[in-house]
Design a protein around this ligand. Structure first.
Ligand SMILES: *[C@@H]1O[C@H](CO)[C@@H](O)[C@H](O)[C@H]1NC(C)=O
Ligand SMILES: *[C@@H]1O[C@H](CO)[C@@H](O)[C@H](O)[C@H]1NC(C)=O
Ligand SMILES: *[C@@H]1O[C@H](CO)[C@@H](O)[C@H](O)[C@H]1NC(C)=O
Length: 353
């Protein structure tokens, strides 16, 4: 028979046992993850013992230095689903957990298309109803950017400057200008920007003299164990300061000769057009003169023919002395002064039978 005390003790032991069975440890990786920009990476995190984490809360966030209180939400899994309501925009669409692996206590995070803003310390916090633990994972992003580009810039004071620009780096590289002897030219600190994916853009400007004609822009990026170096040289032509006036001269010469060429073409076209018009007019005049002549000849011929025919008719009519033809008088009249009118000629149809 169990006593009251025994029963109470048994319950306590059972509760302790349950609590103990739910106790777990969260492990990440002691080694930092080095991620190359654009790659997909896995941030390792799992619980030990390997009980299922499907019903637990898995919270991935980035520790926001220098203010560790304002963490950045990277991914949240709670009540069996992913929750994105307070996920930071730069991680949108790039994070996921391995759902099959959750059953085995694997709460690793997959992060796709790594960018500059992903660099930092991440925390993986796993929480059951009775217990929680976390692990920290360091991610270093590495991006090798573009070769430095050098351009000439005018200065407000009338002098010239050389500008060196390089983009797409992580971490931030250093820039410096060297003269032809390899001596560093002091030019103040470089200007630094970050693009929307967090990659660094660096710029450095130096005023230049006519005294030297070879300048080198040197970029250096320090990674953990290696240093990446890139250089771009800039040679001034033998007459350095005339560079932009020369450009203007060339531009003017090109525009000038192009204009002249166009004018010549235009003038030639106008001249050709006029000549063609003259030829056309002349030939037209000639033709119309010929036509006029033919027309006159024809008219004369017709008039002659008609008049003789009419005269013959009138004579015949007079001869037969025909009466009752009212048009006879008209015919007589017209017989004298007929002009070219071949259309009306056939109306005089009063012909003797
Ligand atoms: C948990 O780990 C043990 C031994 O390490 C292994 O036998 C077992 O299959 C694992 N369970 C799961 C769900 O992975
Ligand atoms: C967790 O899952 C990922 C993805 O399948 C795998 O790469 C990783 O090795 C797993 N971690 C452990 C501790 O099983
Ligand atoms: C330009 O010339 C001045 C003196 O004429 C000199 O002090 C200065 O260091 C020169 N700068 C460069 C970039 O050569």
């Amino acid at each position: 028979m169990m006593t009251g005390t025994g029963c109470w003790c048994g319950t306590l032991l059972l509760l302790l046992h349950i609590a103990d069975s739910e106790r777990f440890e969260v492990l990440g990786s002691t080694r930092a993850i080095v991620a190359v920009a654009g790659d997909d990476i896995i941030l390792p995190c799992y619980i030990k013992p390997n009980i299922s984490a499907e019903d637990m809360r898995v919270d991935w966030f980035r520790i926001n230095l220098p203010d560790p209180q304002s963490n950045i939400r990277v991914h949240l899994y709670q009540d069996g689903i992913d929750k994105y309501h307070d996920q930071v925009l730069s991680y949108r669409g790039r994070t996921s957990l391995f759902k099959e692996e959750l059953k085995k206590g694997n709460t690793s995070l997959k992060l796709t298309r790594v960018q500059g803003t992903d660099d930092g310390r991440y925390k993986c916090l796993v929480e059951s109803k009775t217990h929680y633990d976390d692990a920290t994972i360091q991610v270093y992003v590495r991006a090798v950017g573009s070769k430095p580009e050098v351009s000439i810039e005018g200065q407000k004071e009338g002098g010239m400057a050389l500008l060196c620009v390089s983009k797409g780096w992580f971490p931030e590289p250093e820039l410096e200008w060297l003269d032809s002897e390899g001596v560093t030219l002091s030019a103040g600190p470089s200007e630094t920007d970050r693009d929307y994916e967090g990659f660094y853009i660096v710029k450095l400007k130096i005023p230049v003299n006519e005294t030297d004609n070879l300048f080198t822009c040197r970029l250096r990026q320090r990674q953990q164990h290696e240093v990446i170096k890139m250089e771009t040289e800039f040679h001034f032509p033998s007459e350095p300061i005339l560079v932009h006036t020369d450009t203007w001269k060339v531009a003017l010469a090109v525009i000038g000769s192009l204009g002249f060429f166009l004018m010549v073409i235009l003038a030639f076209t106008i001249w050709r057009w006029n000549a063609l018009c003259k030829v056309y007019d002349a030939s037209r005049a000639e033709h119309s003169q010929e036509l006029e002549q033919v027309k006159d000849e024809l008219r004369l011929e017709l008039e002659k023919n008609l008049n003789t025919k009419l005269k013959m008719l009138a004579d015949q009519l007079d001869l037969v002395n025909m009466k009752g033809c009212p048009e006879l008088e008209t015919i007589r009249k017209h017989a004298v002064d007929v002009t070219l009118d071949p259309d009306t000629a056939h109306h005089y149809s009063c012909v003797p039978e």
